[in-house]
Design a binder for this molecule. Structure first.
Ligand SMILES: Cc1cc2nc3c(=O)[nH]c(=O)nc-3n(C[C@H](O)[C@H](O)[C@H](O)COP(=O)(O)OP(=O)(O)OC[C@H]3O[C@@H](n4cnc5c(N)ncnc54)[C@H](O)[C@@H]3O)c2cc1C
Length: 400
């Protein structure tokens, strides 16, 4: 039987904003920039102390393609801006021919690049501060204060204690749909095969870097565990849920055990791990059900309410439009989601869960939040044509 304690529930309201973005991954960054650029006072809160989420703290430092694999750019706007920001101060392997703003390229490789997580963090700080987004690190979202489907404020925990913020619209970019879920939105949960990405270097790698004159050649992005389908998983591996604290802990410990096994077999003076991920590398934990759930049958399909297109990072050709309805949930008036938590399933999820669509849906969510905040309406009542016009003007490709 569960024992309960009565929690003190009077918390001070310490800030009011037009838009509050919860979670500073690439989706949150896209949302905060878009809301701010559309004239809103914007707070971006993040539970760690750096922006970028899985793409930086999680060491997932491969910015997958912005193109369709046939020379045509599919993702523009803030997602394209962030690709170039990721390599502003660090290394890259962006093929010649793909430049910011171009729409096609004869390049033989796709519009994608590796990047340095640390330098991306530095560039993100610079951009967000310059644009006037109010940043709050080390701040964990705790609960939404809901009244008839309207979020009247959110309670957070940080070094100042337990405090509340009020926002006209909340953007949930926690990667786990924490805000939506606690607000009562219907969500889907899924389990994950163990994956553990980290960086090491070795004497051999260092030698290679010096010979080639390329610092990236000195680093090795080592992958342990399996892919999204458990291919390459070690014998006896199991799947984990990222919505349970014990499971998250077991997932991370199991990943580090794989590193330990590798270290056991290597001489300490020839190989060194440079950095380990600072967040659990779950591909998915929770996604909203949404007014519409994208399916693999939606590949190459037009949607009237599209807020952006993306190619398929796995193969050349297929393209996907992302309808606005996948970002919002029935019964929830002023919360919108973006990134790896939008309503998608199967292959549609595989295509839309990666960095470029996360940043792109972030931009859509931030722009929609600005419209709803300014008009004082629900996120499901905004003028879609008006939203699309704003997105197109800022470089988003709405239809393929
Ligand atoms: C193993 C693995 C390999 C991958 N490979 C690639 C790849 O090669 N290329 C690619 O493009 N994509 C890849 N992806 C997918 C991609 O990294 C993510 O889907 C994408 O970065 C998600 O961005 P996001 O902003 O939606 O979420 P996240 O990056 O998860 O950001 C969420 C942010 O919210 C914060 N947060 C969470 N809860 C709270 C809370 N309660 N309060 C405050 N803040 C909170 C987190 O700290 C985090 O910063 C991979 C993912 C994994 C796990």
């Amino acid at each position: 039987m569960t024992t309960y304690v009565n929690e003190e529930n009077l918390v001070p309201v310490v800030g009011e904003y037009d838009v509050i973005v919860v979670g500073g991954g690439v989706a949150g960054v896209g949302a905060a920039l878009a809301a701010r650029r559309n004239g809103c006072t914007t707070l971006l809160m993040e539970k760690s102390v750096m922006l970028g989420g899985l793409a930086t703290l999680g060491l997932i430092a491969i910015y997958l393609p912005l193109c369709d694999g046939k020379g045509r750019k599919m993702v523009g706007g803030i997602a394209e801006e962030l690709l170039h920001l990721a390599i502003k101060y660090g290394y890259d392997n962006l093929p010649d021919g793909w430049t910011m703003g171009c729409s096609r390229s004869e390049a033989t490789r796709r519009y994608m690049t590796v990047f340095s997580p640390a330098e991306f963090v530095i560039a993100l700080d610079e951009l967000l501060c310059a644009e006037g987004v109010d940043l709050l690190f080390d701040t964990v979202f705790s609960k939404p204060l809901m009244e008839d489907g309207v979020c009247r404020g959110i309670v957070v925990e940080n070094k100042s204690g337990r405090v509340a913020y009020q926002g006209k619209v909340i953007v949930d970019t926690t990667g786990d749909a924490d805000v939506m879920h606690r607000a009562g939105a219907e969500c889907t949960e899924a389990d994950n095969w163990l994956s553990y990405w980290c960086y090491n270097t070795s004497l051999e790698r260092m030698q290679k870097a010096v010979t080639e004159g390329k610092i990236f050649s000195g680093l090795h992005l080592q992958w342990f565990g399996g892919d999204a389908f458990g291919r390459d998983a070690v014998a006896g591996a199991r799947k984990y849920y990222g919505t349970d604290a014990r499971e998250v802990t077991a997932f991370v410990l199991e990943g580090r055990k794989l590193v330990r096994h590798k270290l056991d077999k290597t001489r300490a003076d020839t190989l060194a791990y440079i950095t380990l991920p600072g967040m659990a590398q779950f591909r998915t934990t929770r996604r909203i059900k949404g007014f519409y759930e994208l399916q693999e049958t939606d590949i190459n399909t037009h949607f009237a309410d599209s807020v952006g297109t993306t190619g398929d990072w796995r193969k050349a050709g297929p393209v996907m439009e992302i309808p606005y309805r996948t970002l919002i949930a029935p019964g929830i008036h002023n919360i919108i989601t973006a990134g790896r938590t939008i309503a998608s399933a199967g292959d549609a999820w595989e295509i839309t869960r990666v960095i470029p669509p996360a940043a792109m849906t972030g931009q859509a969510a931030g722009t929609a939040a600005a419209l709803a905040a300014q008009k004082g309406c629900s996120v499901s009542e905004i003028d879609i044509a008006g939203l699309q016009q704003l997105l197109e003007r800022s470089g988003v490709i709405l239809h393929f």
